[in-house]
Design a protein around this ligand. Sequence first.
Ligand SMILES: [Ca+2]
Ligand SMILES: [Ca+2]
Length: 200
Amino acid sequence: MKNFLLILGIIFSNLVYANECDQLIVNGSFENSPARPSIWETLPGNDETSLPGWKTLGEGVEWSSHVSASGGSKIYTPDGDYVIDLNNYYSKNGGGIEQSFPTKIGAKYLVTFYAGTQKNYNRNGTAKLNVMIGDEHYVYNLKTERSDAIDWTYFSFSFVASQASTTIKFTTDTSSLEHFTVLDDVNVVPLNKPRAILVN
Ligand SMILES: [Ca+2]
Ligand SMILES: [Ca+2]
């Protein structure tokens, strides 16, 4: 009987993990909090409560609503009303956020997010985004000539978990007086669902 229950448990857990709608990231679009800023807010580093699901790193981040740009212009967001700028306020060294989530050792996951920057308010239109997950470290160099809005790019990559808990970190180490490094719509989903591949 014990073995039967164990097998049932394994089957059930595989079914759960086979569902690509299983979102492992909490508050990946930065929308959920009773304390959402009406315009924008600067969050210090090492803050584990202001932005539910996330802990801020380094010198913190800015949490902005879509109405935060000055002069009545808007931040057009890929998802919802709120984004995070990893270049916090007057920080010369940037900042970041991190979140840990449960993973199965050896299982494959898909990470997706939007990142962007813009060339205005004396910022030069470039950004350096570091994404660290498990033992992997990606560096994305963003560049735009756009000055009227954030120039968003959709990014995705897969990774294989090596631990029962995995931490993802988004950081920048650039000066906030020269760069915007804006992030939205972070998703991590399991990828071990059988997939059809078209061959012709
Ligand atoms: Ca959002
Ligand atoms: Ca900023």
